[in-house]
Design a protein around this ligand. Structure first.
Ligand SMILES: [Zn+2]
Length: 82
């Protein structure tokens, strides 16, 4: 996720330097970020559905290993799915 973010910023800066200020580059970057965030937003607890990236009111850039609501081990739950 952080790699994608860095890559996105890199692309925006690169396109900006090559072609000048471009709204297309920013639009593309936003689309890229949405694509990168799509699997993150689907990463929910299989038992209670709580998003693993939220700890209380705060969103974190890495998923919880244990569900903060029901205590389910998300590492084990996800390795079972694969
Ligand atoms: Zn849960």
């Amino acid at each position: 996720m952080l790699g994608v973010l860095a890559l996105t910023i890199g692309i925006v800066v690169l396109v900006d330097r090559l072609y000048g200020h471009s709204t297309i580059a920013f639009a593309a970057a936003i689309v890229l970020l949405l694509i990168a965030n799509a699997p993150m937003l689907r990463f929910n607890c299989p038992r209670c559905g709580k998003n693993a990236f939220f700890r209380g009111m705060f969103a974190v850039p890495w998923p919880n290993r244990v569900c903060t609501r029901c205590g389910l081990d998300l590492d084990a739950a996800n390795s079972q799915k694969r």
